[in-house]
Design a protein around this ligand. Structure first.
Ligand SMILES: [Ca+2]
Ligand SMILES: [Ca+2]
Length: 294
């Protein structure tokens, strides 16, 4: 009786409001759709620097496109990758890097349908979420001294102005209909522009003598590595100085493998320092030893 009375007492508008509220999505509302690139620091001489393009996405998407400007005199864009991102497994990830103008267009389609040619597969999407990584830009740093540069999400870019009617870049999300995202984080000026600080080169001077595969330890696998490299043309040492076990200036020769094996198994004289832990030797740079030079 009480329930019936309550419903009868509601006005039609109040009833509609109750109805709408009952269909409100559960959980916190997602932020506006947004592509952005965060400010970050790289170093003179860095290669394969990863600059993530982040995404706030309020609904699963079938595809997206990116249009990005960077300073081609300071950084060289080598690739746009989606492996390990929210778009991992995309069947289409392609575009054009205009290295002369510092402009890249890139399109990613998570999946194509098996049916009509060119149609999206609605079962393969980029998920909804905030702080997703949509793609990674892979740069080499060209600048020879510390300075500041930028990577900017921009619409309306023209990669090759010498070609009439060349397509104009646009940042879009697509779930059947195009969704125009916001570009950049609040406070980034100009909008969509991330500051990339190029700091002085990292000095990578540490290594372990004998650790020719840069595993963090000089052991029998290094002796195998040395012999495989010397006699079978195997993978080159990640740090030449580490492969000069006896420090005689000859890199990865037979004697180096013998010196290491003699120490490991016969207790003979250890390799000269730095050994067995990470250390430095005069004039040696060893950027390949990531464990000693994190
Ligand atoms: Ca090793
Ligand atoms: Ca040697």
């Amino acid at each position: 009786m009480m329930l019936k009375k309550s419903i009868r007492s509601c006005s039609p508008l109040a009833g509609l409001a109750v109805l709408l509220l009952s269909f409100s999505p559960a959980g916190p509302a997602l932020a506006a759709n947004r592509f952005y690139i965060e400010n970050q620091t790289v170093h003179v001489g860095d290669t394969d620097v990863s600059v993530p393009v982040k995404l706030d996405n309020d609904a699963p998407r079938l595809a997206f496109s990116l249009s990005i400007k960077y300073d081609q005199a300071k950084m060289s864009l080598k690739a746009v990758e989606v492996s390990g991102t929210a778009a991992d497994g995309a069947l289409w990830s392609a575009g054009t890097i205009h290295s002369m103008t510092g402009i890249v267009y890139w399109s990613v389609i998570r999946g194509f349908n098996q049916g009509p040619p060119g149609s999206f597969d609605i079962n393969k999407t980029i998920p909804a979420g905030t702080g997703l990584t949509a793609a990674r830009l892979v740069f080499d740093v060209l600048a020879a001294s510390p300075m500041s540069t930028f990577v900017a999400l921009q619409d309306g870019l023209v990669g090759d102005p010498t070609v009439p009617d060349y397509p104009v870049g646009k940042n879009l999300l697509t779930d059947g209909l195009p969704t125009v995202p916001l570009l950049g984080l609040p406070g980034q000026v100009p909008a969509g522009t991330a500051v990339i600080t190029i700091s002085p080169a990292v000095t990578s001077t540490k290594f372990i003598r004998g650790d020719s595969n840069c595993s963090g330890e000089a052991d029998i696998s290094d002796a195998v590595h040395l012999l495989t490299f010397t006699f079978l043309g195997g993978e080159a040492p990640c740090c030449p100085e580490a492969a000069d076990v006896n420090d005689d200036g000859n890199i990865a020769d037979t004697t180096d493998a013998i010196v290491l094996l003699s120490h490991l198994f016969l207790g003979e004289t250890p390799p000269p320092p730095p050994f067995p832990g990470c250390g430095e030797a005069a004039g040696v740079q060893c950027p390949g030893h990531k464990i000693c030079n994190p």
